[in-house]
Ligand binder design. Sequence first.
Ligand code: UDP
Ligand code: MG
Length: 331
Amino acid sequence: MTRRHTPERFDGLSVIVPVYNEQQVLPELYRRLGVVLNTLGMPSEILFVNDGGSDGSVAYINSLITTDSRVALIELSRNFGKEVAMSAGLDYARGEAVVIIDADLQDPPELIPELVAHWRAGYDVVYATRTSRAGESWLKKLTAFLFYRLVKRLGGVRIPPDTGDFRLLSRRAVNALTTLRERRRFMKGLYSWIGYRQIAVPYQRDQRFAGVSKWNYWRLWNLALEGITSFTTLPLRLATYVGLVTALGAFGYGAYTIIKTLLWGDPVPGYPSLMTVILFLGGMQLIGLGIIGEYLGRIFDESKGRPLYFVDAYQPSRLDANTAIDDRPPG
Ligand code: UDP
Ligand code: MG
């Protein structure tokens, strides 16, 4: 296994911001986040994770670093996707509590004090649940709705509906998450899977402040597949049951045909029914193979044991050395 980075801790809050070509929104994010962090009454750092973007985001963050000692930056070696960018952030976060927030201001930074209040009351995972999704198409809302219900139905792990990645994690929740090194990461499932004391905080999800969403339906579909196949093997069993039902049906139909032929003969050859059965069975077999393939592909991916990401450059926040506490785990 790869050896992970063990950063020097400090007794405060780390805010992780995954960034992929977000130069249009970063100044406003920094302004609003800065205002909120100043009111918290505890030390804090803003950890930007540049996920291999190619716009002016890095230049802007570097300009922040020269003036604000709270700002830190990890540059990944290429675009790895948001899930991995967040994982890198969790590896490098130094605070006793960690907040994950989108760069595009769809998650209001003004909610952070409430998240922190719950953490101070002893919760480990404080997740923000949206009560509205302003400015998203009805199709996205519908697919999101169906996805959460489907995953819940299929069992595996209970993922709270209408909850994104916007949340606060306690140090022990972060430590638990960073031990999960699977390559195919479905973070929403992993947050739930670790357990500990979890609580929801409702909020209004805003429209993206500027720039364009990097999501499309293909990525959403893949994320849904990830969510299901990472946490349940029910679809594998499903293929067995569908095959069983089909085989039983075919057996019954065969018996019926034999009896019918014996009693009345068979004046018309049953070409259409034959075709139907062949196509149906062929389809079933392909679906079964596809499901097995999904899992096999995941096993292949994990068996390579590659690291999750590579870091191109890392600039830690320059917080007052007095606030830093060294409780890094051995190794
Ligand atoms: N993001 C990332 N890597 C990617 C795609 C997105 O780090 O490959 C970040 C992006 O910069 C933003 C967050 O993930 O901070 C959410 O992205 P986006 O707003 O495009 O997704 P949506 O809100 O539409 O689901
Ligand atoms: Mg967004």
